[in-house]
Design a protein around this ligand. Sequence first.
Ligand code: CAO
Length: 267
Amino acid sequence: ARKSGKLVSRSSSQPSALRPPQARAVSPRAETKVPLTHIQSQMLKAMTKSLAIPHFLYSDEINFDPLIRLRSTINKSLNANSPVPRVSFMPFVMKAVSIALDQYPLLNSRLEFDSDNKPALVMRPQHNIGVAMDTPAGLVVPNVKDVSSLSILDIAAELRRLQGLGVEGKLTPADVSGGTITVSNIGNIGGTVVAPVIVVGEVTILGMGRAQKLPRFNENGQVVAETVMNFSWSADHRVVDGATMARMAALVRELLEVPGQMFARMK
Ligand code: CAO
């Protein structure tokens, strides 16, 4: 199908909103000093703090074929009167993360130090899932609030709203604050693996790479074509151990590979 074909092929006609500003810049003829953009200044501060977090990377491969089929069925049922004309993979991934967080709430927490430098974990009841977005002005990370209370179509509609505001540079402080965990999908631009950087005030981030059709062995030992995607998780190793991360990642994988399980657990 065209849609699933597009998912695994390299896009030669990237929408201009997905092209970084540098791609349109002209190379200087001599060394030139330029001030940082507003977003670069914010990245400088935020990423310097983020990279002070002792973190580890955990990676896994997800078979996306069941989700590709499900998304195609759902998209065929949508029309101009639906809350959104189509859904991408992000709402399913965000929902799976939210369902898994019910079992692993530590990964939705925040590490805080009081005035005596005594650490504590702030456990948070809502899953406000941040989404890294590439906009003409650069990287922004708005979040979808209370994902556990939203349907797949609700999440898609909110993502669409945030994407629209992001492209226009009109995201509000409320849109970009209060995130509790982040998902960064670099795969629609390229790259099969990304090592994501934890957002300060959170302990976990998921990075999604590009889906690829690759040969894999099925349960009968036969080689079959499978659409696979790398999920890479970074977690704050001061409070999250690798085993907890691996269990959470395994649950997210199970929910996406057997989407029926996800629907069985939806509230
Ligand atoms: N692999 C392959 N194809 C993918 C994909 C992936 N991981 N993710 C999305 N695609 C495809 C989608 O299926 C869609 O094709 P269809 O027309 O068939 O639906 C197409 O790419 C465009 O997707 P989209 O951008 O409309 O929607 P999305 O919800 O998947 O992604 C967003 C939204 C905001 C995450 C994305 O636009 C974006 O900005 N990505 C970059 C994030 C980033 O910069 N991360 C790095 C942060 S660190 O600097």
